[in-house]
Design a protein around this ligand. Sequence first.
Ligand code: HEM
Length: 395
Amino acid sequence: MLSLDLTQPDFFRNPYPYYARMRKLGRPVWLPHQQDSLSEGVLLFSRYDDATEIFRQTSAISKNIRSVRPPGAGSAFDLHMLHRDGEDHLRLRRLVGDYFSPQAIQRLQPAMEEMADALLAALAHKAEFDFIAEFAERMPLLMTARLIGVPPEDMAHVRAWSLALGEGFDSLLATPEVLAKQKQALSEFMAYIGRLTRSGSRADESLLGFLIEASKREQLAPDELAAMVGFLLFAGHETTISLIGNGLWLLLSHPEQWHMLREAPALMAGAVEEILRFESPEQRTSFRLTKAPLEINGITVEAGKQIGVIIGSVNRDESIFRNPDVFDIRRTPNRHLAFGLGLHNCLGKTLARVEANVALTRVLDHFPGLRLRQGEPRWRRNSFFRGLEELAVER
Ligand code: HEM
């Protein structure tokens, strides 16, 4: 069986030729885990049709990560909605659903615009800067703090913990040192959340205050409260940073499309979709375990196996997307799966879309003549999350 070899020198710069070979092969590939607590590896599917088949399953696949943890292992963080099944998943998702509705996100838009303008105004005196550190990271961190209701000054710590958690997700690269760092970060992160939630009821209308009250009403258990706050803090910023950073890279490296947006800003919504497809911030799905033997487009997987979808590959599937390796902000239709699909599809998708739209539109307004300073940016060495480490730009 072909196994996913992330040690290839070019993989992080450009994983797409490798994914194309997987799709051609027509069989899933094996990604061994370094950590052995969660089974020996995961079987990854790379075609669009495989992905829709997997996302459609409701009873044959479990997302309950606790079921594979050895007794006593794991942390409260395991109890977030993405790793739960059935009624528990629905209860947790419904509890916070209103905060992520299109109407709620629309109400946040003026705050996003104000935030983007303030961050960009502060860069006005700089002839050159690193877009990732100076803007792409800051805006989602501040927006997440605002949405959830945590002090913005805490977000530097949250970012450091998230990066350590994200490194550990990349199973193949997760050496014992990386995993030890992840464990330490998770324990600090959960201790921080414990302090936040113990600070009691909050007078404001933040999501944190709402969740603390809900836990007093026993709508979620104390560990579920911690997991919910932790997961939303993490998910709220991690991939949105990449969406904004990958987006500016793609637009500036396709100057004709950057100019097109200057002429017709309404094209930005389509541009955000194409960025999501072309450089998907989350390249693979999270934990999934077969509960019964499962047939996926002619391949039978036994019960008790971990499986996943390579979203980055699915979104370049030539049987669905015409010229999949061409970046085209006017692509239509664009049925990418960057936010997953089915029961666990991304709860924050409207927030991410609107935030990226506002961010990139404001960058275009403030700095219409922005250019790349180097040919190739530096990609993070992470095959799970795809984002830039640095993006040097000049005015
Ligand atoms: C570009 C930005 C984002 C991308 C690409 C993204 C991607 C995804 C994907 C692929 C999944 C499903 C994973 C799976 O099925 O294994 C997911 C789930 C989820 N995302 Fe996002 N996400 C983004 C932003 C956000 C934001 C801003 C939030 C807000 C806090 C968020 C909250 C969630 C939640 C709560 C789930 C779990 C839903 C459930 O289990 O029912 N995401 N996301």
